[in-house]
Ligand binder design. Structure first.
Ligand code: S3P
Length: 176
């Protein structure tokens, strides 16, 4: 399918890049966390507290399967942990082109340090937690992605240009 998919760690900018890309490419944008919250009628924090992380991961897989039944042509930003499951990585590839927004731990920490909506970062040492999780996840994100987009020290214009150029190149290759 021809969706544009944004993956990456919490705070890497998936939601903002998704929104801006949506204006630029005139494509609707959806976010798997928001889809799950709508469907469950509760927040991600409530789902983690009431059902646990494993059950939330099942909800993410169900969400991707539902998206496969929908028409493409959307921008889909996905929760930071969604690509961890191999099954989900395969579903992402079927859904469209996958871009990994890659950020350093320090950049992420600055963006999320006052945030209380991400249960996995509510701990005494969020920066240490981010470093550890990023070390575990970076290789997985790369494996899931068609293209890695560096986001540290870059403004949104540059990030959007790189994604739009990559999509245009892929389109050209398809036409050949
Ligand atoms: C998570 C990322 C969050 C949300 C949940 C778990 C993760 O999404 O799905 O808190 O495991 O990285 P964002 O990446 O949109 O913050």
């Amino acid at each position: 399918m021809d969706n544009v998919i944004l993956i990456g760690f919490m705070g890497s900018g998936k939601t903002t890049v998704g929104l801006r890309l949506s204006y630029r490419l005139r494509m609707p944008v959806i976010d798997t966390d928001k889809e799950i919250e709508k469907e469950q009628k509760r927040t991600i924090s409530e789902i983690f507290a009431q059902e646990g992380e494993a059950r939330f991961r099942d909800m993410e897989t169900d969400c991707l399967k539902r998206l496969l039944d929908n028409p493409g042509g959307r921008i889909i930003s996905v929760g930071g942990g969604l690509p961890l499951r191999e099954e989900n990585r395969a579903l992402l590839h079927r859904l469209g082109q996958v871009f990994y927004l890659k950020a350093e731990a320090g950049t992420i920490y600055e963006r999320v340090k006052h945030d209380t909506t991400r249960p996995l970062l509510q701990c005494d040492d969020p920066l240490g937690r981010i470093r550890d999780m990023l070390a575990d996840r970076d290789g997985i994100y790369r494996q899931a992605a068609d293209r890695v987009i560096e986001v540290d020290d870059r403004d949104f214009g540059q990030i959007l240009d790189e994604i739009a150029d990559s999509l245009a190149e892929a389109e050209k290759r398809r036409e050949l």
